[in-house]
Design a protein around this ligand. Structure first.
Ligand SMILES: *[C@@H]1O[C@H](CO)[C@@H](O)[C@H](O)[C@H]1NC(C)=O
Ligand SMILES: *[C@@H]1O[C@H](CO)[C@@H](O)[C@H](O)[C@H]1NC(C)=O
Ligand SMILES: *[C@@H]1O[C@H](CO)[C@@H](O)[C@H](O)[C@H]1NC(C)=O
Ligand SMILES: *[C@@H]1O[C@H](CO)[C@@H](O)[C@H](O)[C@H]1NC(C)=O
Ligand SMILES: *[C@@H]1O[C@H](CO)[C@@H](O)[C@H](O)[C@H]1NC(C)=O
Ligand SMILES: *[C@@H]1O[C@H](CO)[C@@H](O)[C@H](O)[C@H]1NC(C)=O
Length: 192
């Protein structure tokens, strides 16, 4: 019994470490790109983009779909941007992030494949490509970034209802996440 508990605790800790490692690693590259895009916006006298967590959720899902594809001539910022990538399961991706197409269709999804997500190449793939035409557009007021392997995806949102990426569930979801974290902490305290 005791060893089963210990085993469970060990797995839980491992999971935490994995999760923390994963998010820190990705956050670095994503944060870099976010800052870089805002510097670019500032240099054009445009307002900075604010972080849009729901767009970031979708960006993460889209990056996850791309991740098995290697970088080629037709990937990277040569990928034709669109409001809906050609995934047959796109509705499922929206669903996972509790999003409805009615308030995501004015946003734009910009994927890029860059080996090892080299920071300067990542930034130039957005600011020195066709994508710059979206980044320099004052229509867009927010951004969410997600990455997986060599893929990094920026999703731009607007402050209008068609591109807000607002979810009815987002508040409820954060609440559930908070409750789950407290629950996990209680389990940890109990076992330690
Ligand atoms: C930005 O604004 C400043 C001051 O208003 C102006 O001098 C500069 O030319 C503008 N730059 C661009 C790229 O519009
Ligand atoms: C990549 O692009 C180069 C030059 O544009 C071309 O010569 C080459 O055939 C392309 N490779 C593929 C796999 O499309
Ligand atoms: C999205 O929202 C519209 C309008 O609020 C609603 O009619 C539609 O059923 C929703 N779609 C999904 C998949 O939830
Ligand atoms: C984009 O990244 C690719 C690597 O995937 C690199 O070869 C290319 O030069 C970059 N393009 C720009 C405009 O920075
Ligand atoms: C925005 O970028 C596009 C494409 O690079 C360019 O044609 C356009 O002149 C730029 N507009 C501004 C305001 O910088
Ligand atoms: C939306 O963003 C634009 C451009 O930044 C700004 O001019 C406008 O006031 C904003 N509207 C709302 C409702 O926040």
């Amino acid at each position: 019994m005791a060893s089963a508990r210990l085993h469970f605790l060990f797995q839980l800790l491992l999971l935490f470490i994995l999760l923390i490692n994963h998010s820190v690693k990705c956050d670095d590259e994503e944060e870099n790109l976010f800052q870089g895009i805002n510097s670019y916006r500032t240099s054009l006298n445009l307002s900075s983009l604010t972080k849009n967590d729901n767009a970031a959720c979708l960006a993460e899902e889209v990056a996850d779909q791309f991740k098995k594809q290697p970088c080629t001539n037709t990937t990277g910022s040569n990928t034709v941007p669109g409001t809906e990538p050609q995934f047959s399961n796109y509705p499922d991706l929206l669903d996972k992030c509790h999003l409805n197409i009615t308030n995501t269709r004015d946003g734009v999804i910009l994927p890029a494949c860059v080996p090892n997500l080299d920071p300067s190449l990542v930034l130039s793939n957005f600011t020195e490509s066709l994508y710059s035409g979206y980044l320099n557009d004052s229509t867009y007021t927010g951004a969410g970034i997600g990455s997986e392997d060599n893929w990094i995806v920026v999703i731009l949102s607007t402050n209008t209802s068609g591109g807000s990426f607002v979810t009815a569930e987002s508040d409820a979801a954060t609440l559930i996440l908070k409750i789950e974290l407290v629950y996990l902490l209680l389990i940890l305290v109990f076992f330690l």
